[in-house]
Design a protein around this ligand. Structure first.
Ligand code: GLY
Ligand code: MN
Length: 461
């Protein structure tokens, strides 16, 4: 945990940003996997971690904006619990560690909410994303689970997004720590990418690296020879010479700060000329995008810049044609990159996505595009110092999408379908790094993970 002053300060800032009422922040509970006592790996809610820091199940926090009082609710363990779980700190001891004065046993949460409700006070809550908390919220507030997203407090969501978007020095130090684990995961995967090895052997090894560093994966790892499937979680294929292995994986520190990197490596250690051509284009798009990052610039403009570099490279190879600026504006490049350039990262790998992507990624100045591909950009708004985001362009040959567009004659003025069809079995390439926006520009976080063709081929030897 950080020092208790860090959490107290965050709560004080939040109080100053919400006009009146009480703020309810639910922690998570353990979730059964196949019977009640056999649970999924424990993961605390990130908003609760941000404001209350405590990494234990079944806790909730209330911040009374009008009186300034703060409460943590949780059950102290019984002797029976101690027999199974060992001695546990009391809720009061835990609350003290994060600077919260008042604690109540879990049932007190219901009483506190009922009291506020009876007095007609505003109860601010965030949209719950887990079934258990939706049910709890329904029983606390009488709001049907289906309506909780729309009835959540916009004022609170906007305040939380504003605070969590700008990482403080302690958070940046945590993010720096996780980058060492990320480096080891990705360089290990590169070294293992040999013909005859199964994807699952690499997936298991890199997950083990994340676990042995004291944290866990920041999302289910993508380790695949079929990288054209963007979120391919199948790990059962055997690697063959000539494949590209796409590894999109990250870890969390014990305090749950995430990393997220993608590297694409040639199985057997050498890119073919065709693979190298596409790889160099994606790398150029990524480098140009990273170079452009500084406060005030919008991520939408950087996304479009990366798309332009990608499309120009594809035109040089004869895969695209015509006026490339017009092609990008109309979204023709999305045949090859049907996703956004990246997303915010912090306590969540897609930071704050539980609060609503548009609150996190867009604002009054920058609105989400409705064009296929560009519409999937999770972060569009202007950078501020302290933002942490991913830059992850890719180039994919997705047979189903290519066949559909070709049959519709879609963008036939920009796409050379005859040539594209000779790439149907190519797969996909993505390259991803994590970037901190600084006062004057940016910094790529962490130790450099081999990224150029020469660097990757060297480490694979
Ligand atoms: N790393 C997976 C994603 O960004 O969606
Ligand atoms: Mn990512």
């Amino acid at each position: 945990m950080f020092r208790k002053e860090v959490y107290a300060e965050r709560r004080n800032k939040l109080k100053s940003m919400v006009k009146e009422g009480i703020i309810l922040i639910l922690g998570n509970v353990d979730v059964p996997m196949n019977y009640p006592a056999n649970i999924y790996k424990w993961r605390q809610d990130s908003n609760f971690l941000y404001f209350f820091g405590l990494d234990y199940p079944q806790m909730a926090g209330i911040i009374d904006v009008d009186s300034g009082d703060e409460y943590i609710f949780g059950n102290d363990v019984s002797l029976d619990d101690i027999i199974w779980m060992g001695p546990q700190p009391s809720t009061a001891e835990l609350a003290q560690q994060v600077g919260v004065e008042h604690t109540m046993p879990w049932p007190g949460l219901r009483e506190k909410i009922a009291e506020a409700f009876d007095k007609g006070r505003k109860i601010h809550f965030l949209p719950p994303y887990r079934a258990e908390n939706k049910i709890l919220m329904e029983s606390l507030l009488g709001i049907n689970a289906h309506n909780q997203k729309t009835q959540a407090s916009e004022e609170l969501i906007k305040a939380v997004v504003k605070l969590r978007s700008v990482k403080d020095e302690y958070e940046i130090a945590e993010l720096e720590k996780v980058m060492d684990t990320a480096w080891l995961m990705h360089t290990t995967a590169m070294k293992m990418a040999k013909p005859g090895v199964y994807e699952r052997e690499i997936a298991g090894t890199i997950e083990g690296i994340a676990l042995s560093a004291g944290g866990m994966l920041s999302f289910p790892a993508i380790v695949t020879r079929r990288g054209e499937t963007l979120h391919n979680h199948y790990h059962g294929n055997k690697l063959e010479k000539g494949d590209l292995l796409l590894v999109d994986a990250g870890a969390e520190t014990p305090l749950h700060y995430a990393s997220d990197h993608t590297r694409t490596s040639p199985v057997g250690g050498k890119f073919s000329p065709m693979q190298k051509d596409i790889y160099e284009i994606v790398l150029r798009a990524q480098n140009k995008a990273i170079e452009a990052i500084k406060p005030g610039i919008t991520n939408l403009s950087v996304h479009l810049k990366a798309a332009q570099v990608l499309a120009e490279g594809l035109k040089d190879l004869g895969l695209m044609k015509g006026d490339i600026s017009a092609a990008v504006q109309q979204g023709a490049h999305a045949l090859f990159m049907p996703h956004g350039l990246g997303h915010m990262m912090g306590l969540d790998v897609h930071d704050m996505e539980d609060l609503g992507e548009n609150y996190v990624g867009y604002d009054d100045e920058v609105k989400r595009s409705d064009i296929f591909g560009t519409a999937f950009l999770r972060l569009g708004r202007a950078y501020q110092p302290g933002f942490v985001l991913t830059v992850e362009p890719g180039c994919y040959f997705i047979p189903a999408l290519i066949n559909k567009w070709k049959s519709e004659g879609k963008f036939s003025e920009f796409i050379n379908y005859e040539k594209v069809e000779s790439y149907l079995d190519f797969g996909g390439i993505r390259i991803e790094d994590d970037i901190l926006v600084t006062e004057n520009g940016h910094r790529v976080l962490g130790r450099h993970i081999p990224k150029t063709v020469a660097e990757i081929e060297e480490i694979m030897q």
